[in-house]
Design a protein around this ligand. Sequence first.
Ligand code: NAP
Length: 267
Amino acid sequence: MQVYGLLGNPVGHSLSPRIHQAAYREFGMDACYATFEPEPADLEAAIEGARALGIRGLNVTIPFKRDAISFVELDELADRIGAVNTIDFDGDRPTGHNTDAIGARRALEHHDVTLDGARAVLVGAGGAGRAIAFALSDAGATVNIANRTESRARDLATEVPNATGHGLSDLADLLTNAEVLVNATSVGMDEDDSPVPAETLHRDLTVMDIVYHPLRTRLLRDAAERDATTIDGGWMLLYQAVAAFERWTGQEAPVDAMNDALRAEIE
Ligand code: NAP
């Protein structure tokens, strides 16, 4: 049996097992996806132990995404982002990848959003915001990053090509001419709140919220009311799993089956 899994703490509410197991079922694979909660001090031993046991691949989530970079060979994208959410054990040394960035880009592309040449506004400069900033920039967008702590947005913008850093008070100006808005803050999660004033949204925007609990966040409801195109946080979650599955197996993922399993849990 092929074993895959997730390293994090806590991981009890993760949707990843359902999404990946749907893919194994669809392809009739003799595989399973388990969750592991090592203590932070045991992270290196956990990764080395997984390699020794023949585990094929691990996802990595909070609080290990940054620390894991010390114990794997980073690909170029994960190296620039400075965080890993996928480890591949196929080779002499485990390799680390960032499919959050790939997932965000594929979620936008799935909805026919053209990023090359687009003016994008990214709200949030935390872990997910960092990955998405590089993804948008790599795809050819101009990335205007707005964050509650402005210095964090400015710092990130110095690392990302074609990016600028701002405080949230610049959002109205930034959004006037933007085509893409991504919320990468945790605002809207488990609360009916939005980081973006509703009156700054308009019909020429595509708005992606990466918060997926709830799916229809206040931001997405405000955007829909102003006839903007909306993309919920389930799409990035789906496509980061799709990218991990494809890296581990070398096969094109059964996206529809994985999406059905995800939607059965979160809709
Ligand atoms: P993080 O590193 O803790 O960053 C949190 C971000 O939210 C920071 O930019 C922070 O601003 C901002 N923020 C928090 N509270 C705020 C408030 N009251 N007003 C304005 N801004 C606020 O977290 P993360 O790992 O990036 O995750 C962020 C969200 O993305 C979470 O909801 C997570 O579940 C979601 N996520 C979704 C996916 C997916 O696949 N859909 C993947 C990863 C993460 P400051 O810098 O000022 O603190």
